[in-house]
Structure formats: C-alpha cells, structure tokens
Write a protein that binds this ligand. Sequence first.
Ligand code: SR1
Ligand code: MG
Length: 434
Amino acid sequence: MQDRPNVGYRILSASTLTDYLATLRVARDRLGGRPNEWRIRDVADGNLNSVFLVDGPDGGLCVKQALPYVRVHGESWPLDINRAVYENAYAERLAPHVGSLAPAIFHFDAEQFVIVMEKLEPHIILRKALIDGVHYPQVPAAVAEYVAKASFFTSDLAAPFEAKASDIALFSRNVYLQRISADLIFIDPYETVWRNKVIEPHLSAWADAFREDLDLKAAVARLRALYFGKAQSLIHGDLHTGSVMVTPEDTRVIDGEFAWVGPSGFDVGNFIAHYVMAWFGKGYQAGDIRERMAFRELIAADIVAFHETYRRRFLEIWRSETKVGDAYPAAHFASPAGEARLESLRQAYVDDIFRDAIGFLALKVIRRVLGYAQIADFLVIEDQEAQARAKAGALALARSLLLHPDRYNDIAAVADALPRFDDIGLDPRPSRTW
Ligand code: SR1
Ligand code: MG
C-alpha cells in the first residue's frame, strides 16, 4: 500500500499516451499499424479517473489510469492510486463467473496504475440512455445475472472459506475508496459538511428534517454497521447506472474500483436506487409529458424485472451448483427432509438480501440527493425548484423504506409505491401515513 505515487508514475495525457502504449506489446498487437496511426480520444466522464479510447488499423483499446486525486474535484482532494489495483483484482476474481458481462482486461501496469481493457463501442452509459428515454429491455436481466453470479460465487455458499478469507485480506486494504463511501454515502448526508450540495432554499427543509430525524439516523447506523461488518460476498461497491454500458444487444458492468467484501444487498439496492431516481427525474425532465410517463412505466417494470431475475437466478444457481462452499454442506441436507429444509434456508437467504437491499437503496438515493456526487438524472432539470421537487419525491420514498421496511415485502411493493411519492412537495413533514 502507498499513499503517494511511486517516482516512476506519470499522469498520462492524450499526447503522451501513444509513446506509452508503444512500449506495450499487447497494445501494439491489438491496435496494429504504426503508433502515428493510432487515434486517441479522452473520454473521461466519471468522477475519479482518466479514460482514453484508442483506435488503430487493427482494433481498439480502452486505457484507464488512476489519478492521485479525485478527477472532478482536482488536486485539493487527493486519492490513493492503488484503486486501480483493486479494480484489476476485482475484474480478475469475477471474470470466470461473469464472463462477457464485464469488459476483458488485457494488461495491468502496477507502476502507472493503468488498466488496458476492451474498448466498449458503440456502447453508451446506461444513465444517458435513461435520461434520453431510450429503453434497453435486456439490461435488467443482464445486470441481475452479473450480480447473482458475483454474489453467489464469492460467498460462503460457493467459495471455500479460505478463498473468502483471501478476498477479505485483499479487498479490506481498499480503505481509501471505502473512506469515500463511508463519508459520502453513510455520514455526510446526515450532517452539515462542505461537500453536500443541497439545493437552497428549495430542499433545505428536507435536508434539515433528515439531520434531525433520530429514527432515520438509527436505521442508517444499522446499515452502516452492516456495510462494514457483513462480509457476505465480493461486491462491486459502486453499481449505479453510470457503471453499466449498453447497446441494444450487449450489457457490460464496468468500474469495480470500490470493490469490497460486504453485504450482497448493497449492489442490488444500489442498482435499483438509480432506476428509482431515473423514475423520479423523468417526471420533471424536458420532453413530451406522455412519452416521459410511458418511459416511467418501463423503468418501473425494469426495477421489478431486475430484482425478480436476480432472485430467481441466485436460487437456480444455488440449487444446481455442485461445488459448494463451507456454509451449507450438501451432506447435511442429503435426505428428502434435508432438501426441503435447505430450500427454506435458501428462501430465507434471498429474503435477507432483499431486506438489506431495501435499506441500501434508500441510502443511495439520499446520498445522491443531499450529498456530493449528484447525478445527471436530476441535474439535467434546469429549473431549480422543479429539480428539488423531483428529488423530494425520491427522498420521501427513501425515508419510507428506512422507517417502514415492513411495508415493502417484495420488489413489486417498491415499484407500486413510486407514484405515491411523486409530487410530494418541498415540505418534509409527513402528511400521510407512509
Ligand atoms: C468523489 S466522488 C465519489 C463518487 O464517485 C463514484 O462514482 C462513486 O459513486 C463515489 O461515491
Ligand atoms: Mg465509476
């Protein structure tokens, strides 16, 4: 581990990247031709890293470099470049299970903290598709498949405890990125800190109400402890709609630098949270009202499809997997009665993931609305009051999920609840029973 880049580390730019890539055999082989024929585009749009797409006569590459600071903030917010180590390790660990649902990694440079990977083009970021109102119906099932496999095969259900211990040993050192999650997701939104971006004055009553609500903060504290204490499976840690790239036929999960051994429900809840926010944002974005309302129906259906597929695939994989981990030894459940008991344990296990997911869903909404890293689904709404109203609906649902989880026993209950929180308004005092 290191806090500062080693002496050989250089921040790559579009003008220095060609010389760098020319030193890598994998790049020369994949791009073909001569270096002066390679075309480079700087396409960084995430919060943290540099990203370039490179095309040569024979093919293309994506080059991602960890910067020693938060890219969107600048050098005044330093950030450990070892995040590239964890992103690479996460991709390697999951590749045998998720296959082409993630980009192929071609090369990792541990001196320059560079990952050279498959170029995803003409893919676009899922968030952009949702904002533009372009629907990709295969996405929920594909992401569900990815999360089901990741959360099954890296858990004690499939991995021997030695493998799990080695994941914990490695990814528990990813502390600088977990500090970002700790602050931005679990702490900042419930305090007054410089990083929060509350729309003043429209949303300040909601922010005040959340800071003052002890029941809410108790629910948040329970989930914070769960995130740091429930080492259930290797999680992506940042699985939002900006971490998924799509075409009509293909879906890929990218950007695993927040990898962590934590509660499986975290990724599940995070992904649903960003669909939920897409739904609330759609109510106030520009464009034809009927088209936007019709798109909302598709988003609500996607939420249900994602979770139902996740649950079904997780159970199918568990039932069919012959190589089992140490948690539920097959020999203990070999009789007909044992198989029946095991099936009820399986149902209880996925129910537990769902309960955790509901809580994390709520926290991810709250952090995107009140905290630092806000999302375009809301930010594209230019009128500040309208943006605040869209966000208020999402906050109201999040509060209900945290305070009344018993009202949300399945994913359909979450999707059905969305319209009840639409147009909730800028006064946070609960006016109805939910
Ligand atoms: C400093 S901004 C950090 C956020 O960006 C990433 O995409 C994660 O969501 C993280 O919380
Ligand atoms: Mg990212």
